[in-house]
Design a binder for this molecule. Sequence first.
Ligand SMILES: Nc1ncnc2c1ncn2[C@@H]1O[C@H](COP(=O)(O)OP(=O)(O)OP(=O)(O)O)[C@@H](O)[C@H]1O
Ligand SMILES: [Mg+2]
Length: 348
Amino acid sequence: MKPQVVLSGVAKSYGETPAVADLSLEVGDGEVFCLLGPSGCGKSTTLRLIAGLEAPDAGSIEIGGTPVAGGGTWLPPEERKVGIVFQDYALFPHMRVRENVAFGLRGWSRRDARRRVDEVLELVGLYGMEERYPHELSSGQQQRVAIARALAPEPEVLLLDEPFSNLDLDLRRRIRQDIRRILREAGITAIFVTHDQEEAFYIADRLGVMRRGRLWQVGTPEEVFHTPATPFVARFVGTADFLRGVVRDGRVRTALGEFEVHGEFPEGAEVEVMVRPEYIEIEAEGAAEAVVVERTFLGGHYLYTLRLLSGERVRCLQHHDVTLEAGTRVRLRLRASHTPVVFPRSTN
Ligand SMILES: Nc1ncnc2c1ncn2[C@@H]1O[C@H](COP(=O)(O)OP(=O)(O)OP(=O)(O)O)[C@@H](O)[C@H]1O
Ligand SMILES: [Mg+2]
């Protein structure tokens, strides 16, 4: 895929605080990329650097093959062909929907602007609402106006900074479906910031997990979930438990059984083995004994907390028709389809 946005060794500090450190990333043409990470990890700063609202201290940025920042180059935001949707969407309250969306179309002929506004309103499903004021729209509709406004000038890249964080959970879930469709239909390159793993998985072709200004892993949702690069990534993109293990003869022994180990570990290495609740089965023939400690109802599933003979705890996801009381003895095994991910002991 042709890269549309390229960051190479980008760094940005505010005083002593490094907000973004040595960040390199390529986002492909037409790709929907999510930046995922905890509060304060540098997600918004990264978007602001791409948009040209901040200048990098080091490194360089290219958009559509054109250098826009770094190495003595500087292209101001209005020349970068980038649209932005912020968290608070900042519509102009005194302007109708049509005027809000047409705002970035100065320099267009009246006819072209009108046609483009109709086109993007159609795309976001708000056709027929162009004469309303923002206060006459629901929050979800206002959010879509903000997206239409950002898309109207035909940017090459759309940046979205936690665009759903003002919406309630139910609406977030509904609108993220729309957004995915809108971004794909528009065929635009999009970088979407969120700290919600479920949202990132839902929307992204690929995602990058950030922490303390750095990207720790970039990959498809499946890659990041099943083969996290670090224990932090493992915990951030799902539920993970870590079991102590020792490497012997290319295999790792844990309280949950013995598994093949990939990667370079010396004989006798002490490691941590990541297991997810989705990987564990309760089965009469299972390799390890355990006791049910707690059961949590999640709707379609129960999440069980189990104590192994080693005293270590693991969680296990079961269909809602498997009901076990605390104190029940069971046997567990790791699903055959999962070769567990192994980390050196106490990395992060
Ligand atoms: N204008 C600024 N002046 C000083 N420090 C800043 C400024 N903007 C951001 N920072 C600091 O840079 C770091 C990264 O901030 P950033 O806004 O990029 O985080 P974020 O990942 O978007 O967080 P959130 O999820 O809370 O929005 C934080 O430590 C923040 O306090
Ligand atoms: Mg932010």
